[in-house]
Design a protein around this ligand. Structure first.
Ligand SMILES: NC(=O)c1ccc[n+]([C@@H]2O[C@H](COP(=O)([O-])OP(=O)(O)OC[C@H]3O[C@@H](n4cnc5c(N)ncnc54)[C@H](OP(=O)(O)O)[C@@H]3O)[C@@H](O)[C@H]2O)c1
Length: 269
């Protein structure tokens, strides 16, 4: 029987590229997205099917899992990928914006994961792969709430893998650096005038990193590695300067690392 991957946020970027990559590898792909019409072109691949999932809507998650099991007969890998960035001055963010960021990037992941676990347990196997970020381990200015969601995702996955190991279920986090996708245009940027002198040039400097960033193919390949290496490895850094920055964070005292970040991202101030 062909292997099956269930992907959230497959309409664009990393999720979409991963769908194509796995289909080329001969897997069946359940490409889920909020607006299925956005993924029409994916249907040219014979082993990709599209299902409607908004990770904020529990009933859509359950419906899609049932529909995928009917269509493909099994699910081997869950790829929790949907997410976006709320960026800017924390003081300017509303409770509603912060809640939506957490609902999407962390509670959405928990919801999909909790929905699939009974199935994975019943067959005593499964791989759960989350798109975390290098921003789940290190931080940059203006991404405080985004980082909070990805740091939460790192803690969630690192703890969860213990209790799922007896059921032969693996938990893995992909940690991309900057990747050229729709992420940049989907960023919700907020500021207020008191912060503009800081937020505007720093935000622009952060956005500049996307100009030379690799495309989502590098991440798709890493997801493939995580899905098929059979290991219990937890973290997979990938893309651009991400792995180097994570290494430097591990190597340097925090105060040195933070000085380095400041020297790079505050250079226009
Ligand atoms: N690009 C980077 O530099 C980078 C670096 C590290 C980590 N990441 C992470 O990578 C993941 C994928 O992002 P990307 O770079 O591929 O950006 P992207 O091209 O903007 O893709 C984000 C995907 O998430 C979907 N999404 C957003 N909210 C959703 C919801 N409530 N329910 C279902 N799907 C939802 C979007 O769907 P719609 O099309 O409907 O909006 C889209 O398919 C995110 O978790 C992001 O945090 C990205």
């Amino acid at each position: 029987m062909k292997k099956v991957i269930f992907i959230t946020g497959a309409s664009t970027g990393i999720g979409r590229e991963t769908a194509v990559y796995f289909s080329k590898k001969g897997w069946n792909v359940a490409a889920t997205m909020r607006s299925p019409e956005k993924g029409k072109d994916l249907l040219q691949h014979p082993n990709i099917a599209i299902f409607a999932v908004d990770v904020l809507d529990s009933s859509s998650i359950k419906k899609a899992i049932d529909a995928v099991l009917i269509k493909f007969g099994n699910i081997d890998v869950l790829f929790n990928n949907a997410g976006y960035g709320l960026v800017g001055a924390f003081e300017a963010m509303t409770q509603e914006q912060i809640k939506k960021q957490f609902d999407t990037n962390i509670f959405g992941v928990m919801n999909v994961t909790r929905s699939i676990l009974p199935y994975f347990r019943s067959k005593n196997s499964g791989v759960i792969i989350n798109t975390s970020s290098m921003g789940g381990i290190i931080t940059f200015p203006l991404y405080s709430v985004y980082h909070a969601t990805k740091w939460a995702l790192e803690g969630f996955a690192e703890s969860l893998q213990y209790e799922l190991r007896p059921f032969n279920i693996k938990v893995k986090n992909i940690e991309p650096g900057a990747i050229k996708t729709e992420f940049e245009t989907a960023i919700e940027f907020v500021s207020i005038s008191a912060y503009d002198r800081y937020t505007k040039p720093v935000h622009q400097t952060m956005l500049d990193t996307y100009k030379t960033a690799p495309g989502p193919q590098v991440v798709a390949k890493k997801v493939w590695q995580a899905a098929s290496d059979g290991s219990y490895r937890l973290r997979y850094p990938v893309g651009g300067q991400g792995p180097l920055l994570l290494f430097m964070r591990w190597l340097l005292p925090l105060s040195w690392f933070m000085a380095m970040v400041r020297s790079q991202v505050e250079k226009r101030i």
